[in-house]
Design a protein around this ligand. Structure first.
Ligand SMILES: [Zn+2]
Ligand SMILES: [Zn+2]
Length: 176
């Protein structure tokens, strides 16, 4: 099912056996996440957004469980090579009518009013939370040489040999 309103739920449509929401949203669906649309070489969205949710209702309490899937690309913070990352933020949400007050527990609680629930803002928020703060192509990435700028993962330069740590320079002059 591909629909721009897939994440808009009608409470009275949620049957006893639950509702399965499967949707694919265009990248524009996330236009309100500034992290993804900045001009620089930050995080770029490189896929559509898959949404797979199971919605259940017990009386007026609605449970939404599932996940979102998307791919992003971001430069490695050390060597600036582009890195592709698949994100799968989980969705685990309980919605109650706005007039009902809830005890705190492990699940995330939201409220709804009337018969319609628009999940899109909540889902976008889950994507925003899942975006990485810092991306590295590999934990072993050697980065770029601070002097000549070459990629030290694939090339070798002489910069480091020329620079002698002052502590070692003193040791060199010591006669033992
Ligand atoms: Zn790297
Ligand atoms: Zn160098």
């Amino acid at each position: 099912m591909i629909s721009t309103h897939a994440t808009l739920l009608r409470v009275s449509d949620i049957t006893e056996s639950g509702v399965h929401i499967e949707a694919v949203e265009e990248p524009e669906w996330l236009t309100n996440l500034p992290e993804l649309w900045s001009e620089g070489d930050e995080i770029q969205l490189i896929s559509k957004i898959g949404i797979d949710l199971k919605v259940n209702r017990v009386l007026k309490e609605i449970t939404v469980i599932g996940n979102i899937s998307l791919s992003i690309q971001s430069p490695c913070s050390r060597c600036v090579e582009p890195v592709k990352i698949e994100l799968n933020p989980n969705v685990s949400l309980v919605l109650s009518p706005a007039d009902k007050i809830h005890e705190e527990d492990d699940l995330e609680h939201e409220t709804y009013q009337g018969d319609e629930i628009d999940l899109s803002n909540y889902l976008r928020e889950q994507v925003a939370i899942a975006l990485p703060v810092k991306v590295v192509c590999s934990e072993e990435c050697k980065g770029l040489c601070g002097k000549c700028g070459i990629n030290l993962n694939s090339e070798v330069c002489n910069c480091e040999q020329q620079e002698i740590d002052p502590r070692f320079a003193i040791l060199k002059d010591l006669k033992i």
